[in-house]
Each structure stands twice: as structure tokens, then as C-alpha cells.
Ligand binder design. Structure first.
Ligand code: ATP
Ligand code: MG
Length: 373
């Protein structure tokens, strides 16, 4: 096999009119494609058992097995299903074309065709497919990096943090009060803590995008909200923030993923407390509105400038004002919130006034009528 053949993109033509097939195959071969031709649907399926072309040009009307049937079989086969299939047919009927797309065709060329038209469409679909494969590779690479980050970085960092704590405990008094030694230990603790929290966010992101842990179950709203709010009591107290809950009555329940939705609450509450100066108010309010479960986290803190709003839910975005950046964060929290709310078929939006405060509202459809006692 020559070099050209081994790297050339491989096209299969399936058509019961050999005269047309031969002309097309010469045209494609001249452009550097490797081409094979078969003359009916059954032959095509036999040929495909031992070959995986990059693209298929498929006639619709053929004796015994027509193009639709061949395409359906290809699309049902895991090894073959991503190969782009372009139908070529003399039939102009719109119903025929619709059917061609319905069975999985990516394009439809009407005979008689212009040579240049076929070449352009073939090139377009081969390029699209190549890009899709590249994206799949990048996606895979991202998953591998995340796995590496989670396993190979998290454990050594935890070990450093533990060693730091041990060192802190065992240092003798003169050293413990020594400014440089103490500061160094604090720097280690703070920075390793930041890295661990970034890693946790990245792992969460990967798990959420992979739809892991999304088990919907009925949740008692009142106690569920209280449990999550209580986790922030100390933090709020440390900043003298008045942390309030406005909850629906006992007995109201909604269907959600307790684990994942908990991250929505945690991220919104953590932000509200983080970006509200000492002495402020943070309120978590929830209720049923029509057929939706609606939840709002309100604060009277820094607020968000208008120009930041379009980017707020992007990964790694942080509002670039001095006051916002004073707080530590990785900019992943709200993108995690958005993904989880999307997975509950809900919406999240923000209402804010720079310098006055912010309200994040989440609304998710209730799956069942909600009993109120
Ligand atoms: P992380 O949550 O990943 O630790 P983060 O809090 O910086 O980091 P997000 O939660 O995604 O990231 O929030 C993005 C940005 O939006 C924040 O950096 C902050 O500037 C701004 N922001 C979020 N919530 C509020 C809020 N309640 N008030 C004011 N600004 C906010
Ligand atoms: Mg955050």
C-alpha cells in the first residue's frame, strides 16, 4: 500500500448504477480519496462487516435492500454509527428527503448532480466528522487530566496538610512563637487549603457533567433547607451576619437530587456570606409558585456590576473588582450551580444592584403535586 492510500480518507459508494458509480469514484480518487464501490444494499452491509470507511455515499432506491434500510443498520451499529452517510438519489420528493434524514443521513444530493457539489459536500462532512473526533479526544483528555488531578494531586496535598498540622503541634514553644516559622506554617496551610478546594470543585464539575449522583427523590423542604443553612451558622457568626430562613410549612416536599441540589444551596449561601461585608443580612427563602419550586438566596452585600453579568455563570469567572477579589475563590461555584439546575430542568437567574446586594433565584419544576398539610 502506498503512503497516499494509507492516509487517504476512505469513501464507500453504494449505488446500483455502475456507470454513475464509476464516474464518481474516479472523480473522488483524483482528489486523493481512497474509494470503494458496491452495487447494492446487501453487498454494502457485507463489505461494512470488515471495513470502516470515513464516509458513505448511498443511493436510496436499490433492489432487495434499499438505502434507508442500509442506513438504519449502520446507525444501529456502534462501530459504524458515527460514519457520515450522504444520500444520493434521483428522487426529488420532499418526503423521500425527510425520510433520508430521519434514518440518520447527514445530507441529500439529487441526481443528476454537479461534480463540484458532491466534492464540496463530501469535504464538508469529512471535516465535520474530523472535528467531532478531535473534540471527543479533547473531552477524553480533559477527563484523564481530571482523574489525574483528583487522584494524583489530592492525596499528596492532603499529606502535606496533615504534616503541617503535625509540625504545628510538635513544634517547641520558642519556635511556635517565632514569627517566621509561624507565618510559614500558616502560608502552607492556607495555600494547600486553596488547592484542595480547587481540586474538589474540579472533581465536582466532572461528576456533574458526567451526570453522576443525579438520583431524584422526594425531599422535605423545611428540614433540608435548615440542615444546609446550619452549616453556615459559624461562618455567618464570624462576620456578624444575620442569617435568616423563610421556609414553606412542614410537609411540603419536592423531587430533587439531595446531594447535587445541596451543592446549589452551599454555593449560593457561601457566595452570599463571602461577598457580604460584616454586619450584613443573608436570607434563604423558598416556596412553591404554581408548578415550580422556587428558592432565593438574598444578600445586602457587594452586588455585581452590570458588565459582569453575562459572564457570571462561566467557569473560572470572578468579578474583577478589588472588593470581590479580596475573597478567595476559584470561580467555579456558579458554573456548578448552573449545571445542577439545568439537570433538574430548572432555571437560575440573578437580580443585583452594584453596591446594594444580590438575589440568586432558582426555579425547578415540581414532578408531582405537592401536598401541603
Ligand atoms: P468558588 O465558588 O469556586 O470558590 P467564587 O465564589 O469566586 O469561587 P463563583 O461562586 O462561581 O466563584 O462566583 C463567581 C463570581 O461571582 C465571584 O467571584 C463573585 O465575584 C461573584 N459573586 C457570586 N455571588 C455573589 C454575591 N452573592 N454577591 C456578589 N458577588 C457575587
Ligand atoms: Mg463561590
Amino acid at each position: 500500500m502506498t503512503n497516499l492510500e494509507s492516509t487517504a480518507e476512505h469513501i464507500l459508494i453504494v449505488d446500483d448504477q455502475p456507470e454513475l458509480t464509476d464516474i464518481l469514484s474516479v472523480t473522488l480518487a483524483k482528489r486523493g480519496y481512497a474509494v470503494d464501490c458496491v452495487y447494492d444494499g446487501e453487498q454494502a452491509l457485507v463489505w461494512l462487516r470488515s471495513n470502516t470507511p470515513d464516509l458513505i455515499l448511498l443511493d436510496v432506491a436499490m433492489p432487495r435492500l434499499d438505502g434507508y434500510e442500509v442506513c438504519r443498520t449502520i446507525k444501529a451499529d456502534n462501530r459504524l454509527k458515527d460514519i457520515p452517510v450522504i444520500f444520493i438519489s434521483a428522487m426529488q420528493d420532499i418526503g423521500v428527503k425527510q425520510q433520508a434524514f430521519k434514518v440518520g443521513g447527514v445530507d441529500y444530493i439529487t441526481k443528476p448532480y454537479q461534480r463540484e457539489e458532491v466534492l464540496a459536500r463530501v469535504r464538508t462532512h469529512l471535516d465535520l466528522r474530523r472535528r467531532q473526533v478531535e473534540l471527543e479526544h479533547i473531552h477524553q483528555l480533559k477527563d484523564d487530566v481530571l482523574r489525574m488531578v483528583s487522584h494524583d494531586l489530592k492525596n499528596p496535598l492532603s499529606a502535606i496538610l496533615n504534616a503541617q498540622k503535625l509540625l504545628n503541634m510538635t513544634l517547641r514553644e520558642p519556635l511556635r512563637t517565632n514569627g517566621t516559622a509561624r507565618e510559614s506554617l500558616e502560608i502552607i496551610e492556607r495555600n494547600v487549603g486553596k488547592m484542595l478546594s480547587l481540586i474538589r470543585d474540579l472533581i465536582d464539575m466532572a461528576r456533574i457533567e458526567g451526570n453522576i449522583d443525579m438520583h431524584l427523590e422526594p425531599v422535605q423542604v423545611n428540614s433540608y433547607l435548615l440542615k444546609h443553612l446550619n452549616e453556615f451558622k459559624l461562618e455567618a457568626k464570624g462576620k456578624n451576619i444575620d442569617l435568616r430562613l423563610v421556609s414553606p410549612p412542614d410537609g411540603v416536599q419536592v423531587w430533587l437530587s439531595p446531594l447535587r441540589f445541596g451543592q446549589v444551596l452551599t454555593n449560593l449561601l457561601s457566595n452570599a456570606i463571602k461577598y457580604t461585608p460584616d454586619g450584613g443580612i443573608v436570607e434563604l427563602a423558598a416556596g412553591i409558585e404554581g408548578n415550580d419550586f422556587v428558592l432565593a438566596v438574598r444578600d445586602n452585600g457587594l452586588g455585581i456590576p452590570d458588565e459582569a453579568l453575562p459572564h457570571l455563570f462561566e467557569k473560572f469567572y470572578r468579578v474583577p473588582t478589588e472588593a470581590h477579589l479580596e475573597q478567595t475563590g476559584t470561580g467555579l461555584g456558579l458554573s456548578i450551580v448552573k449545571s445542577i439546575v439545568d439537570q433538574h430542568n430548572g432555571r437560575v437567574y440573578v437580580d443585583t444592584e452594584y453596591g446594594k446586594g444580590t438575589t440568586f433565584t432558582v426555579s425547578i419544576p415540581c414532578l408531582e403535586p405537592v401536598p401541603v398539610e
